[in-house]
Design a protein. Sequence first.
Length: 251
Amino acid sequence: MDRESLLIATLVELADNLVDDFDVIDVLTVLSLRCVQTIDVDAAGVMLASPAGELQFVASSNESMRVLELFQIQADEGPCVDCFNTGDAIVNHDLTNSVARWPTFSPCALQHGFRSVHCLPMRLRGRTIGALNLFRSTEGSLDVEDVVVAQGLADVATIAILQHRSSLDSILLNNQLSNALNSRVIIEQAKGKISQATTCDMDQAFSRLRAHARNHNLGLTLVAISVVEGSVSIEELDLPRAPASLVGNGQ
């Protein structure tokens, strides 16, 4: 599948999630995976602000990215933190030259094998609700087209969250964001249970959880709860099957 076709498929997939009970984490996981598949980055992650205004990890393209995103939150330092606080994009930052700006985060990112970072705000009409983090394992700049594509995907995901129902008021929106952040805890518990039971890594555990949810038209969080509670056994979970066209694209 060429890039243009994959981008179109991504927009359709994101739009298909705009139903009354759509799963925010699943939408943002799609965003993370498609960024890796369509632009020149090796990992992507998304943070959203809680109703209290605190950044929380929500989704990523792989487990290493999740760890790095959580580190930013704990250290209260890094590109995602700056991007969210200012609402401005951070593009083409060489991590080897960013120690002065992020003295705690930059060495950690370098230890994880990343050399450059880009962060784009998830913003609509002046309201910033989070940020999209993009990392590369090599130095060098993203071209303008890649930045435009990434920001476009982030904008579509933001619209999916903020405007999927025109009747949402601020209280309901805050509840939705809170539920997404709470769901992340349940999903991590389910991943850990699957990983321990099948001796797979956390990325594989998440892929299996997500594959089962999609194959059975169930919410990702609902499947995670079922696994944690034991109402769905790990043996019953479907195994993920990557489309042939995406083999070799990192996910």
